[in-house]
Design a binder for this molecule. Structure first.
Ligand code: TRP
Length: 366
């Protein structure tokens, strides 16, 4: 079996460091590992429209932003196919057939979708498109026969539903689709990076994100203003590192090399944490170090992003070419699906036409 990756993001905003440690960084490693036959990275504009159907301008503008973020992080269009979901019409067609294999009750049980419905205030006016997006996500994954889906933790329920749909399909119509598995970030702090304000999740509406495109000054301002341990008042007070976003960010980003370079008094993060926990280490020092780490990590990304942003038409051309090539692959799978479902009615007719056989069934009739 081939090793194929598919993953993607909704273009509803620029990508932030939560996306970076939760998935982007891993994708680039997997891309460069040489262990995969094919890698597809999808900008999920159709999915973004399921809760932004009244704001297509936002989705359109953010396709450019997300594409720039990908390129800036090191996703290389020569190694990975970057494409736009809505341009691959086969995905919507597959979605329609997969919908027969899922019940309303099952969709309503998806914990991620449930939370989103609450957050978005959809309780009384839930668009069907939104409720069914896990089905369309199954189409995204299966259209490319992906077996590996690198995502954040919140996407696990989607992968579970995808596997169920694949199993139902294969049971009913014969072995056709590939069951995918999720690949999560290696480190617990990367699973879900909290906001700079200590809230559980980074979210644009809360204004608690550090973006990959933030300037050096913005990064510094955000790091210096971060929420820490509210009970750590005096430098001498013992502090808490486990619910403290500054230390969670260090878990996700800091290496021993960073200590050697910026804080040689400590060999590693464990030593630094131990000092904070027993007291005597001030928040200012922690934040200054975190700022150095973040600056060093984000500067090359920001500079690459600025380079790519100088030629936006080239970015769109790359997306166009990627989408065309993704479409060819999805089309093949769609025909396999149709054959399995016995709805490939015209396959024979098309063969006749191709072979220029006479299939003029009507002319001989009187
Ligand atoms: N739901 C994902 C997100 O919120 C985006 C996405 C759409 C996706 N289709 C996918 C991710 C298929 C992985 C596989 O960002």
């Amino acid at each position: 079996m081939k090793n194929i990756i598919l993953t993607g993001d909704r273009p509803t905003g620029k990508l932030h460091i939560g996306h970076y440690v939760g998935s982007l960084r891993r994708r680039v490693e997997l891309q460069n590992s040489g262990k995969f036959d094919k890698i597809y990275i999808m900008i999920a504009d159709a999915q973004a429209l399921t809760d932004n159907f009244d704001n297509p301008d936002k989705v359109r503008a953010n396709i450019t932003e997300v594409a720039l973020d990908y390129l800036a992080c090191g996703i290389d269009p020569n190694k990975s196919t970057i494409f736009v979901q809505s341009h691959v019409a086969e995905l919507t067609e597959l979605t329609f057939y997969y919908m027969n294999l899922v019940t309303l009750a099952r969709l309503e049980r998806n914990p991620t979708v449930k939370t989103e419905i609450k957050q978005k205030g959809f309780d009384s006016s839930l668009p069907m498109g939104f409720l069914t997006y896990p089905v369309s996500q199954t189409a995204d994954i299966t259209a490319f026969k992906a077996n590996t889906v690198p995502v954040g933790e919140d996407q696990l329920p989607m992968l579970e539903q995808a596997r169920e749909i694949v199993r139902s399909f294969n049971n009913l119509y014969g072995e056709t689709l590939v069951e995918p598995k999720a690949v999560l970030p290696e480190n617990k702090s990367c699973l879900r990076l909290p906001g700079t304000d200590g809230m559980a999740k980074m979210s644009k509406s809360l204004g608690n994100c550090i973006y990959l495109s933030d300037s050096a000054d913005e990064i510094k301002r955000k790091v210096m203003g971060m929420y820490t341990d509210p009970n750590h008042i005096q430098v001498s007070d013992p502090g808490n590192t486990s619910d403290n976003p500054t230390f969670i960010y260090l878990d996700a980003f800091a290496t021993d090399e960073h200590f050697a370079k910026y804080l040689p008094d400590y060999a590693c993060l464990a030593e630094f944490k131990a000092h904070y926990e027993r007291g005597g280490l001030g928040d200012m020092k922690v934040k200054k170090f975190l700022n150095s780490v973040m600056q060093e990590t984000l500067e090359p990304i920001r500079l690459r992003r600025e380079e790519f942003a100088k030629d936006i038409p080239a970015v769109w051309e790359m997306l166009y070419q990627g989408s065309k090539s993704a479409r060819r692959v999805a089309n093949k799978t769609l025909w396999q699906v149709k054959r399995a479902m016995k709805i490939d009615y015209f396959a024979e007719v098309k063969k006749h036409i191709k072979q220029k056989k006479n299939y003029d069934y009507f002319s001989n009739r009187k």
